[in-house]
Ligand binder design. Sequence first.
Ligand SMILES: [Zn+2]
Length: 185
Amino acid sequence: MQWWRGVAGLLAAAGVLSWSTASQPQRVAVGGWHLAAFPVEQFVSYTSPFGPRGDEFHYGLDIAAPEGSYIRNWWVGQVVQVSQDGYCGTTVIIASGRWRHVYCHLRGQPRNIRGVNYLDDPGSGLVIREGQWVPTGARIGRVGMTGRTTGPHLHWGLQYDGNWIDPALILRAMYHQRQAQRRTG
Ligand SMILES: [Zn+2]
């Protein structure tokens, strides 16, 4: 299944999208969204949208994918955090200008070597560490079950200037620009 097939349903399900928040991410990267990478290689489904969930707020989009399948970097940037906690599990955070993209529940764990945190995921073939620059679409980890999760998925969070953005808005912008490129290109 192609990742964009689920986008319309996901947006309809969310139902709470406001164009005042939607206009901001579209304005900041006009002309570039089609270059962004979808963050999982083996998309299965969207399992939980951004927004209120019970008595908490879900600050990201959950994307189910097979355990051990690769996660891809959404946009070229610098790894600013490799860490672990009880909710997000093993976490990689990448900074791209004013954006931060957060990847949770990864396989493996952080390991500190001479003051620098690395992602220790034996068998992945990856070397990911804080301070490293990673290109768009590069593999940055694998889908795991660390932290609070009932099944293998990527929790993908996006921040712009410190404000959480619904990743579905970005996926929609990526999809529309891809379609536009196809028509003109
Ligand atoms: Zn989540």
